[in-house]
Design a protein around this ligand. Structure first.
Ligand code: HEM
Length: 157
């Protein structure tokens, strides 16, 4: 098996985990937070959502290792004027939104949830606002994920 095949496998494993995980979270966990607003279940769903961070970090890392690996192995170049360049550019924007806004907001929210202790009945309005904001930012990042998925499959130009 060549390095190219290994990188493609790692890349597609990252894509599958990220896509599947984000889809599940968007449909079931985000909806759970919204549906149970003001009840103890809102706190439970919020905690579940915050716990998914390592899973998504590993998925994105696999995707990037595979993508960068293939780019180097096949000498495709970085930011070429093609579907690959757009994919790489979008990935940079997505990582920047995560590192600059989503990651820090989730970390802050995690500390606020921890500070509530075990006896809290639900989340505070500030936690609810933070969750709403990073959900919105994640939706924007996931639009990039879908575009990159389609570009990777169609490779149109
Ligand atoms: C960010 C989200 C991304 C998604 C959802 C994604 C998705 C995909 C998909 C579905 C394929 C098709 C594989 C196939 O048909 O065999 C592919 C191929 C590929 N991707 Fe990505 N990708 C992403 C980011 C990147 C990045 C950042 C790079 C480079 C740094 C990259 C480099 C490549 C390369 C080189 C291929 C090669 C395909 C070939 O030789 O056929 N991808 N990607």
């Amino acid at each position: 098996m060549s390095w190219g095949t290994i990188f493609l496998t790692v890349h597609l494993l990252g894509v599958a985990l990220w896509f599947g995980g984000a889809f599940y979270e968007r449909i079931f966990v985000f909806a759970g937070v919204r549906e149970h607003q003001g009840s103890p279940m809102e706190l439970v769903y919020t905690k579940v959502m915050l716990k998914t961070q390592p899973f998504f970090l590993v998925s994105v890392l696999l995707l990037l290792i595979g993508g960068v690996g293939m780019t180097i192995f096949y000498r495709l170049g970085f930011l070429p004027a093609s579907w690959l360049g757009i994919k790489q550019g979008l990935a940079i924007v997505m990582v920047a939104i995560f590192a600059g806004y989503i990651g820090p907001t989730m970390k802050k929210t995690e500390q606020q949830v921890q500070a509530l202790g075990d006896k809290a009945a639900t989340v505070t309005p500030e936690i609810r606002r933070n969750v709403h904001n990073f959900q919105l930012a994640l939706d924007i990042v996931h639009v990039g994920l879908v575009i990159n998925f389609l570009l990777g499959i169609w490779q149109p130009f």
